[in-house]
Design a protein around this ligand. Structure first.
Ligand code: BGC
Length: 335
């Protein structure tokens, strides 16, 4: 009996030692794994996945926004997915937002291009606990947490004032706008209209849509010139419009035009330098991209942020060239 008890005790002891050593081995392995994770930057535990959805991926203006967002990605514990329609297309844009909601990203940065289609989707993301920041174009009646970008009405108003000054208050104007149904484009046209109301010598002859492409901007400029031969000035409200307008106007030798456009893409600055366009409205897309990421992280960390964050806008002419680096590509401060 004593022999049998001894045998049971020894076997129990053996089992105890075995399980202890196994658990020590497993914890050492787990510790090693955790250390490895901690050393890796942007591990899932440390990083947030934000999606930046532009209206057109391969557009020089949006590439600058992306560049700013990527600069923030290098400094902050975030990963940025830049994913929008290849070419401007509202349906695809909306689909991309919906896909981002379905894949439960940590934050969505996008435009509020129009109230009826974008606001319900933005609200859907918020209802699912995904913060949304509008960039470049606000959706003020949605539940978006914050907006970062130009004051679009003001930028249009400044363009109108510049045109009055540049034409000494006498002009028949053709407007080329990116999209009739995009809120920021409407505001840029409205601001302009309100400003030129103060100059009785200025009349708006026509407003046409470019679909944010330079080709259509050129086509619509030709159409305006054909239908309204008395036009003496043009206003382009999205980044490639003035470039398209200048291309058409360049072929007309016997008349000079006043052209004011939007943005400071290299081609626009070159046209300004060569006197092919007279003025352009400055926006800071790089800054928008950088700050939108920083803002999103602040929101996730529960910090209080301002709802409306306007970036600088102003009108420049040839006399302001060369532009300071900070205006063309906003310099990056430490976060
Ligand atoms: C606008 C953008 C637009 C781009 C098109 C910019 O002026 O702010 O919303 O996508 O032009 O080229």
């Amino acid at each position: 009996m004593a022999y049998y008890r001894k045998w049971v005790y020894s076997f129990g002891l053996f089992l105890l030692i075995l399980s202890l050593s196994l658990s020590i081995a497993f914890s050492a392995k787990a510790l090693q794994y955790n250390r490895k994770l901690a050393k890796r930057p942007n591990t899932p535990a440390a990083s947030y996945h934000f999606v930046l959805i532009p209206e057109e991926m391969d557009n020089d203006y949006w590439r600058l926004v992306e560049k700013g967002a990527r600069a923030a990605e290098k400094k902050l514990p975030v990963s940025i997915e830049y994913n929008g329609p290849e070419q401007a297309d509202i349906e695809t844009h909306l689909k991309k937002i919906d896909m981002a909601i379905a894949s439960k990203v940590d934050g969505i940065i996008t435009q509020g291009l129009n109230e009826s289609q974008f606001t319900p989707l933005i609200n859907k993301a918020i209802a699912k606990g995904i913060p949304v920041i509008t960039i470049d174009t606000d959706a003020p009646n949605s539940q978006r947490i914050a907006y970062i970008g130009t004051d679009n009405y003001l930028s249009g108003y400044l363009a109108g004032q510049a045109l009055i000054k540049g034409t000494h208050g006498q002009a028949v104007v053709g407007i080329i706008t990116g999209r009739f149904d995009a809120e920021h484009q409407k505001l840029r046209v409205q601001g302009f209209r309100d400003a030129v109301k103060q100059a009785p010598g200025i009349r708006i002859a026509a407003v046409e849509e470019s679909n944010i492409t330079r080709i259509e901007a050129a086509e619509k400029a030709s159409k305006i010139l054909h239908e309204h031969p008395d036009v003496t000035a043009f206003y382009g409200t999205s980044a490639l419009d003035a470039i398209g307008i200048a291309q058409v106007v360049e072929e007309i030798d016997d008349k000079s035009f006043y052209i004011i456009g939007f943005d400071t893409l290299p081609e626009t600055l070159d046209l300004l330098k060569r006197g092919k366009i007279q003025a352009t409205v400055v926006q800071t897309p790089y800054e928008m991209g950088y700050k939108s990421v920083k803002l999103m992280l602040d929101i996730i960390k529960g910090k209080r942020v301002s709802t409306v964050n306007h970036t600088e806008t102003k009108v420049i002419g040839k006399e302001d060239l060369p532009l300071q680096e900070a205006t063309v590509e906003w310099s990056v401060p430490a976060p």
